[in-house]
Design a protein. Structure first.
Length: 104
């Protein structure tokens, strides 16, 4: 079972500045988190074409709950978390969940 931290970024006041900062500064900080097995990032769009409450979503994957706890308690996670206000002008929602594949 994989454990994931989902990070949902609200619509920024300046999308170009968000993108630049996120790619140059924040991604390297997050990639340094110990125990991270995968890290994905995507821009969000809705299925019906309406405006999404989120601009982008990042997923930080850990092998198990122990790896997640170690990563969350690390100085690297603290650095990444404290960086979020520097670019996430649209706010951020974070949560964790355990994923179980149900694909046949």
């Amino acid at each position: 079972m994989t454990v994931r931290v989902a990070v949902c970024y609200g619509q920024p006041t300046d999308p170009a500045a968000f993108d630049d900062y996120y790619e140059r500064v924040h991604i390297p900080l997050a990639n340094a988190i110990p125990g991270l097995t995968d890290y994905t990032y995507a821009k969000v769009s809705t299925l019906d074409g309406s405006e999404s409450p989120y601009y982008s979503v990042a997923s930080l994957y850990f092998a198990d709950e122990d790896s997640l706890k170690a990563g969350l308690g690390s100085p690297e996670m603290a650095a990444a978390a404290s960086d979020v206000p520097n670019f996430a002008s649209g706010g951020v929602t974070m949560f964790t969940h355990a994923e179980t594949s149900v694909r046949p």
